[in-house]
Design a protein around this ligand. Sequence first.
Ligand code: HAS
Ligand code: CU
Length: 539
Amino acid sequence: MNAVSTHAVPAPHRSGLLTWLTTTNHKRIGVLYMTTTLAFFLLSGILALVMRSQLYGPHLSLVDRQTYNELFTLHGTAMIFLFVAPFGLGLANYVLPLQVGAPDMAFPRLNALSYWVFLGGGLVIFSGLATSSGAGASGWTAYAPLSTTGSPGPGMDLWALGVLMVSAASIMTAINLLVTTFVYRPPGMTMWRLPIFTWDMVVTSLVILMAFPPLGTTLVLLLIDRLLGGHVFDPAHGGSAVLYQHLFWFFGHPEVYVMILPFFGVVTEIIPVFSRKPVFGYTGLVLATLGIAGLSMGVWAHHMFTTGAVVNPFFSAMSFLIAVPTGIKFFNWIGTMWGGELTFPTPMLFSIGFMLNFLLGGITGVMLASPPIDYHVEDSYFLVAHFHYVLGGGSLFAIFAAIYFWFPKITGALLREGWGRLNFFLMFVGFNVTFFPMHLLGLWGMPRRVVTYADLPGWAALNRLSTIGSWIMAAGVLVFLWNLWTSLRGRIPSGDDPWGGFSLEWATSSPPPEHNFARIPPIRSERPAFDMRHPDLRR
Ligand code: HAS
Ligand code: CU
């Protein structure tokens, strides 16, 4: 069935630890990136379970306040900097060169460096736990003066240094992805024939190049204040604490799109394949992505409405505008499914779960972008609900969709469908039971980042429900791990292209040979693998 794969030279099977430690091959680095980020996901998930157990009822004292502060700081930092954002980069490492028909990344050694600096950064952040003062405890946003005079001791220094390393790694990968896409495309692969995932990674990389240098600057200034007696963020000596927020959110808001655009790309790859239709509105999707990226640079102060230091109407209006290009994407996904021959294997289930959860998270985002509402619910559990619906219900669900979709490409074996469905079902139910009640808790006034709470009407019941939900979600993750384990041990060969995929990675063997393609099929549309299988249907 697959003309290329039968001629493909199988990858020379060098195994052993050393070959992994010294590899510069994009597929191996992609696998390293994805498994490392998944390990950080499990770690920070465990931290979350401890927090949820502490909040199971009012006035519990499973952990003390300082420990709780460290827990939510490490949890948030790891989920954001060490899992969701770098998973997108790791997936792109594996998939993007294949999708654009390149033999490897443009700069393979820079690519390896990026992975090792990333891993080092993650370990440096967690190494704070081994210091006498404990790990950083000022939240993933590390606002001054909490992160300056408020956190003596080396844990906070290590936090800043580790995040700095991770941001440097992201910049390296972004450069690599951009150059690979721009320079290494074969004849016929025009920009307007790139798969949407690749487009979304191009735009994500551009956002990284705009947003991460300001993060680096912020962290260096923070370290100067902490270690060299600087007073940049210290109002008592002519500095400004609000300046920290401006610098941080100038990075921080674009960062949320670094954590969602790759996953918009993932579901846009998956939905057409399981609808048996080309994606509906290709050009509109690309323009919408560019629009989101452009707007995302101009909304940072919606995180600062209550500081009184920003022009609220401007930042509110800019934030509302982002709903438009995002809505266009929903329109495209629904349009793609409309009238298609739909099937619902696990990657498709997770993609639909993504759409439902993300929709709710996006709508609460628009609510928060309205200053009168934000004054009421900022720093409450309503905000916690918002960002978990976009990141946990959105990005995380798309990450699972991606794993189920590309696992056969990477390993040549299928994940078990039955376990996959159970995995999805437990996570979807668990996720919503955990996070939906938080909307109400927030509206009723429960603040975020508190180690315990008063026994006010309804609070205990909803918190208990939320904690039970987190256990259901954890069960879903365990099912996933079991699925990985059984599917790798008792391999069900997937063949080269189990889904009838559209983009170029499905036109080579699974797993692909060392340099990806023995021969690249002619590229006449944005669906070269489909065209290859259906030469009769030439467009
Ligand atoms: Fe957000 C805070 C506003 C998307 C992540 N966000 C956060 C935080 C995180 C985060 C992590 O304006 C917490 C940071 C912290 O620790 O302090 N967010 C938005 C808006 C969008 C949005 C307008 N957020 C994301 C994504 C994230 C993410 C994506 C990560 C993956 N967010 C905020 C605001 C705050 C905030 C405030 C700060 C609050 C505070 O007090 O600190 C948009 O991009 C969402 C667009 C998507 C949709 C859904 C699809 C659109 C359709 C079109 C029709 C919809 C319409 C809207 C016309 C809207 C289907 C109808 C509106 C109604 C109200 C019904
Ligand atoms: Cu924002």
